[in-house]
Structures are given as structure tokens and as C-alpha cells.
Design a binder for this molecule. Structure first.
Ligand code: AR6
Length: 184
């Protein structure tokens, strides 16, 4: 676990399963446009949440790259799931901006629902093929840049499945300036 605090908000990185973060108010899904179950993160979250999650998602789909929508968490140990559609690497452009939008929109949406703690997976770096080094830098800068506009969120946790991904995200966290302010 690596952790830093920026003006009362903690950003941390941990290795683990996004579907098993029982101390967080909200978790983020690396969704598909149809908000259906799938592989990776979407599969893990929908499996743990049960069929009610897909049912609640149906009228909210389709979503576009960079967009986020929020639902209940059903049988997951959280209050909300925020579903983000990341860019497919080499297809959806401008990729960096679309990926940053996912993180910003997810934080704003969750904050507006009174969420105090939220967990993100590494959006787009699995089936969508985004290189993890670049994705981690964009994700960390987008989160740090959004913190000053948040009212309720006090904890942002990146939940990385693999050891290598954890180290990459932890490195990006360590590189943030002390005041966390990164221009968007
Ligand atoms: N907890 C945390 N991270 C995970 C987990 C988990 N349980 N499972 C996988 N990862 P992906 P994407 C990591 O493919 O690239 C889906 O099928 C994984 O190792 O879930 O945004 C959807 O239906 C990788 O580092 O998301 C979409 O069609 C990262 O999470 C599409 O894949 C993201 O991998 C979305 O692709």
C-alpha cells in the first residue's frame, strides 16, 4: 500500500480485487458501452453484484468513451458503482483526454451522491489495450487535478490487480507534486 495526502484527501494504491473493497462507499467499473457484464473488472463486479446490476444499467446504456454513470451496488459491499467507459487504445481519440474524463466524471458524480471513499481500477489497460505507464500517469494527474473541486470525497483508492501495475501506479502517485495540483 502506498498513500499520500493532499489537502485532506488521501490517494492510495493497493494491490487487490475491485469487487472486494468492503470499506469503500463506491467502486468504479471499467465498463463496456452497453453496461453489460464482460471480462476483467466488469465481469468481477457484475458477478459479485448479481443480475440486479445489469437490470439497473439497461436504461442508462449506451454510454460514450469518457462518460460515467452511477448505479446502486446490489450485492457488492458498497453503496454505489460508477460505470466508466474508457477509450479503446488506438481507436477512441483523443485518448488521454477521454481517459482523464472518466476519472473526473466518476469523481464528480460520486461526490454529488455524498460518497466519501471511492476505488478505481486501471481503466482501459486490460481488454482496451491502453499502455499502463501512460494510463497511470493520466489517471493520477486527473484525480489530483479534480480534488480541489470535491466536497465529500476524502479517500481515492487505486485497486490494481497485478504487482507490476501496482508498482506503476504507486510510482505515478509518488511523482505528484506535494500540493497535488496538476494542470488538467
Ligand atoms: N480487480 C481489479 N482489477 C482488475 C480485476 C479485478 N477484479 N480484473 C481485472 N483487473 P479490463 P478495460 C484489471 O479489461 O481495459 C471488459 O470485458 C486488469 O488486469 O477490465 O477498460 C468490459 O466488458 C486491467 O489491468 O478493462 C469492456 O468491454 C484493468 O483491470 C472491456 O473489458 C482493466 O482491465 C473494458 O476494458
Amino acid at each position: 500500500m502506498t498513500r499520500r495526502e493532499f489537502d485532506g484527501v488521501t490517494i492510495e494504491c493497493t494491490q487487490g480485487d475491485i469487487a472486494a473493497q468492503s470499506d469503500l462507499d463506491a467502486v468504479v467499473n471499467a465498463a463496456n458501452a452497453e453496461l453489460r457484464t464482460g471480462g476483467g473488472v466488469a465481469g468481477a463486479l457484475h458477478r459479485a453484484a448479481g443480475p440486479g446490476l445489469e437490470e439497473e444499467c439497461r436504461p442508462l446504456a449506451p454510454i460514450t468513451p469518457g462518460q460515467a454513470v452511477i448505479t446502486g451496488a446490489h450485492r457488492l459491499p458498497n453503496r454505489y458503482v460508477v460505470h466508466c467507459l474508457g477509450p479503446v487504445h488506438g481507436v477512441d481519440e483523443p485518448a488521454e483526454q477521454l481517459l482523464a474524463n472518466c476519472y473526473r466524471e466518476a469523481l464528480q458524480l460520486a461526490d454529488g451522491h455524498g460518497v466519501a471513499s471511492i476505488g478505481f481500477p486501471s481503466i482501459s489497460t486490460g481488454a482496451f489495450g491502453y499502455p499502463v505507464e501512460a494510463a497511470a500517469q493520466t489517471a493520477m494527474d486527473a484525480v489530483a487535478g479534480a480534488l480541489s473541486g470535491l466536497g465529500r470525497i476524502r479517500l481515492v483508492r487505486f485497486v490494481l490487480f497485478g504487482r507490476g501495475d501496482f508498482q506503476v501506479y504507486a510510482g505515478a502517485l509518488e511523482r505528484l507534486p506535494a500540493n497535488g495540483s496538476v494542470s488538467p
